[in-house]
Design a protein. Sequence first.
Length: 88
Amino acid sequence: MRIALRKISPRNDAPGFAEFLAQVVGIAHARQMNSAERVSWLEELQRNRSKALDAPSWLWNSVVDLVSAHGAAYLQCCRRYAIEENAA
């Protein structure tokens, strides 16, 4: 999936985009834990869930890194596809 940040409407698209990124990060993080750690982590997330839109700097930096990595992976995929198509 290609992420086009310039086309995201803050009011309409940002919540869905944030949910998508949260799922990507959450799934990756959960894979690194055993079952008991996942349960504890989920309880901690639920306990400290904020209703405000202000994100801590560590979270914002992580999102920027994730979007950057996603963009790089997408471009590498496009490059491989182009090379394979050219070879065929």
